[in-house]
Design a protein around this ligand. Structure first.
Ligand SMILES: [Zn+2]
Length: 80
């Protein structure tokens, strides 16, 4: 065990390590983020209906922490 959390890119299902190697996590790349992020994020946040998180105003590290805290990064959630 390396202790590295891995998630599937919501767009292309590539394995993405939850570390600095993937600054666009949970997406594998900026391209996948641009393709999917709007719909996925808004949908997820709408379902949660709690904290207001604006991806455009938050840096990736902070956003990642917020998403983990909100339980939005559960790999099961990302597998559609
Ligand atoms: Zn991808």
């Amino acid at each position: 065990m390396t202790g590295v959390t891995t998630v599937d890119c919501p767009t292309c299902k590539t394995k993405v390590q939850w570390n600095d190697k993937f600054p666009f996590r949970p997406f594998c790349s900026d391209r996948c983020k641009q393709i999917d992020f709007g719909g996925w994020a808004q949908e997820s946040f709408a379902i949660k209906g709690s904290a207001i998180l604006d991806p455009e105003l938050m840096d990736p590290e902070q956003l990642g922490a917020e998403l983990l805290e909100a339980g939005l990064i559960d790999p099961k959630l990302l597998e559609k």
